[in-house]
Write a protein that binds this ligand. Structure first.
Ligand SMILES: [Zn+2]
Ligand SMILES: [Zn+2]
Length: 348
């Protein structure tokens, strides 16, 4: 089978390797679609997160092709999506119901420690149904299901925010995570959502998908616009946003988040950064801001599948490009071009 192997920054190589054989406790999946994640881009540009030799790819869906003798509840040719974190089940985080914070989750995770889905076939260990392997409803294709993983990331972030029914919310960044956060927010009450980015292509899509206001940070003054939408903050400083989602991952949006949020407001950080950020923590104290990180997902795969199946969230609209795995470099370069692409996926 073909697999794309990470060699070093800016270098992935497509190689022919044997189809792996599942043990009696594993299953073999034929990958249909696998997305390029924002974290994969950090690996591609800077060599972060994985070691050379790794087959990356953790946002995927496909079809069950072989089932180990000890595995139950699955059938051959069943459409499934996989939750790629492989937790230990016995550390303090796993026992406390926060398995996504288990150190084993990534170390042994699909696309990190163990081979990922930038390949035609993949082994899934511990394939518990509705915990690791999720059968797809008839009306959810494996193409849109490849985006269930980032949708679950967005659902987790929105859950952590405890957004109120009429909150004024700002989402910095209109990449896959930002677009999903905005769509999930629009399923909540009368939430008003403003999305900010520098890519008109992505902002146009945000608007089509139901966001109330979009701001291009290169063409407009972000804080002036946010004051127009939410009112000025206390003492006439900054804006009055109830909840900010930071899904952009650049230094300026962190400082804009602190400036935009109201006294007593919340910031949820979902983005990963390639550089350190300079900020004045005094503003956290004076505004009594609740600033929370949001990592991956806990039990949100099921919610994400339901959101797609019910039509409340549109994943297919985010897929801007499909590439064969042979064109792995072209695919990564396209995903880096925010003005041209939204979500780039490999099609097998
Ligand atoms: Zn991801
Ligand atoms: Zn654990």
């Amino acid at each position: 089978m073909k697999a794309a192997i990470f060699k070093e920054a800016r270098k992935l190589e497509v190689t022919e390797i044997p189809v792996p054989k599942p043990t009696e406790d594993e299953i073999l999946i034929k990958v249909d679609y696998c997305g390029i994640c924002g974290s994969d881009l950090h690996t591609y540009t800077k060599g972060l997160y994985v070691n050379p030799g790794q087959i990356m790819g953790h946002e995927f869906a496909g079809v069950v092709k072989e089932i180990g003798a000890n595995v139950s509840g699955l059938t051959i040719d069943q459409k499934v999506v996989i939750r790629p974190l492989i937790e230990c089940g016995s550390c303090q985080h796993c026992l406390a119901g926060m398995p996504h914070l288990c150190a084993n989750g990534l170390v042994d995770g699909i696309g990190y420690g163990r081979p990922g889905a930038f390949a035609e076939y993949i082994i899934v260990p511990k394939p518990l149904v509705n915990k690791v392997v999720f059968p797809l409803p008839d009306n959810v294709s494996t193409k849109e299901a490849a985006l269930i993983e980032p949708l679950a990331v967005a659902v987790h972030g929105v859950k952590l925010a405890n957004v109120d029914l009429a909150d004024k919310v700002v989402v910095f960044g209109a990449g896959t995570i930002g677009l999903f956060v905005a769509q999930v927010l629009k399923t909540i009450g009368n939430c008003h959502v403003t999305q900010i980015d520098i890519s008109n292509k992505r902002l146009e899509l945000a608007k089509e998908l139901g966001v109330d206001v979009v701001i291009n940070a290169q063409e407009e003054n972000v804080m002036e616009r946010l004051v127009e939408i939410t009112g000025a903050g206390n003492y006439g400083a900054g804006a009055s946003v109830d909840v900010v989602f930071e899904c952009a991952g650049v230094p300026i949006t962190v400082n804009q988040s602190l400036e935009a949020v109201r006294h007593g407001g919340k910031i949820i950080s979902l983005a990963l950064f390639e550089e350190n950020v300079s900020l004045d923590p005094t503003i956290l104290v004076q505004k009594e801001i609740s600033w929370k990180g949001s990592f991956a997902y806990n039990t949100e795969f099921k919610t994400a599948i339901d959101l797609l199946s019910s039509g409340k969230v549109n994943a297919e609209a985010l897929i801007s490009h499909l590439y064969p795995i042979d064109e792995v470099t072209a695919a990564f370069e396209k995903q880096l071009k925010a003005n041209e692409s939204v979500k780039v996926c490999f099609e097998f």
